[in-house]
Ligand binder design. Structure first.
Ligand SMILES: [Zn+2]
Length: 353
């Protein structure tokens, strides 16, 4: 009798541990970054949106410490590099350690494991945050060098602005032609992007940055879902970075109404990504920021009238912690207090990179 009970409990234990470990490892990971998006920024969007946002669906919530190697208050280069590579570096650097050594990002590591990879951004793809996942340059303003770094990767899908850095260059190279030679479909309009059904895509939809909201329309949610549709073909899984870039720019302008518009746009994207993740069941979604911008506070407002009074303490970034939200297999790893350099190793462990 005892032997049978022993055997049964051993078998049950094995099944349980297999299912737990299998369940807690995602196949896909979608890393969403709101540039300059602190808690107050999120709240402006929530108030303007009628006191509700899709981001409220997240149950795993934490905080990220954003200081860089060189400064209490980071820029997007060092902030993006920390999130992408797990290394604190000097403000202004891209994908490099403080002593100028190139560091692989989670996107590079996912490629090495034959996962599909991509990024979608509401600015030029050569700008600091997206560049941090792809390039290695000592200065974030080296846009043409950063664009050339895209060709040194095997990234499957990238969509945003920055076409001039690929096609109107001082060295007269035409990187879009070189991308075509490498098998990429190069798209210049959202209509072109929509026509792509599979394979590699370079979506360079604007000469410089994408417009701000409301002019940008459904660019970010639509292009993000298109990227997922293309990356989802890979049964090994995928890594996708999505950036809501212009929350930061509205913060630098100390324009809270525009911050709210940009936050609502990112939140619509988050809602559609969560719907996909729920359907898929094997996708981890992480939302955070590289830093807060503007030192924003909201001392007064009216929820019913969807209005608020906003005050800014600076036209630059601030050093306060930023929020972290996670959904899906492994989400519990992202609650609590994190360094902005902790994301990389957690992602490496969860995706088994
Ligand atoms: Zn900024």
């Amino acid at each position: 009798m005892n032997r049978r009970i022993m055997l049964l409990s051993t078998v049950l234990f094995i099944i349980l541990s297999i299912s737990v470990s299998a369940k807690s490892k995602p196949k896909n990971l979608i890393f969403i970054i709101g540039d300059g998006m602190g808690i107050a920024q999120i709240h402006t969007g929530m108030i303007k949106n009628g006191n509700t946002l899709n981001i409220e669906q997240f149950k795993h919530i934490g905080f990220s410490k954003t200081y860089s190697y060189s400064h209490f208050t980071t820029d997007s280069g060092a902030g993006g590099t920390a999130l992408a590579t797990g290394v604190k570096t000097r403000n202004g650097m891209i994908g490099m350690s403080p002593d100028s050594v190139a560091v692989k990002s989670v996107l590079h590591l996912a490629e090495d494991k034959k996962l599909s990879t991509g990024l979608v951004t509401a600015c030029a793809v050569t700008h600091a945050t997206p560049a941090s996942f792809v390039a290695h340059q000592i200065n974030r303003n080296m846009y043409e060098e950063i664009a050339a770094d895209f060709l040194k990767t095997d990234i499957d899908v990238f969509i945003g602005g920055g076409r001039n850095n690929f096609e109107k260059r001082l060295d007269n190279r035409n990187l879009s032609d070189e991308l075509r030679t490498k098998g990429y479909q190069v798209a210049h309009t959202e209509k072109d992007v929509a026509a792509v059904k599979s394979g590699k895509l370079a979506g360079l939809l604007y000469p410089d940055h994408t417009p701000a909201m409301p002019e940008r329309g459904n660019f970010l949610p639509d292009m993000s879902m298109k990227a997922i549709e293309l990356l989802d073909d890979n049964k090994k899984g995928f890594f996708l970075m999505i950036e809501g870039s212009q929350i930061d720019w509205a913060g630098h302008d100390n324009n809270a109404d525009n911050i709210a518009l940009e936050v609502i746009d990112l939140d619509i994207t988050i809602g559609r990504v969560l719907d996909y993740a729920r359907r898929d069941g094997n996708t981890l979604v992480i939302v955070t920021a590289d830093h807060e911008t503007g030192g924003l506070t909201i001392p007064d407002g009216n929820i019913k009238e969807k209005r608020f009074n906003a005050y800014f303490s600076t036209k630059n970034h601030s050093g306060v912690m930023v929020p972290v939200f996670a959904f899906g297999p492994g989400a519990e790893e992202f609650s609590g207090f994190l360094e902005n350099t902790d994301f990389k190793q957690k992602i490496v462990n969860l995706l088994k990179l």
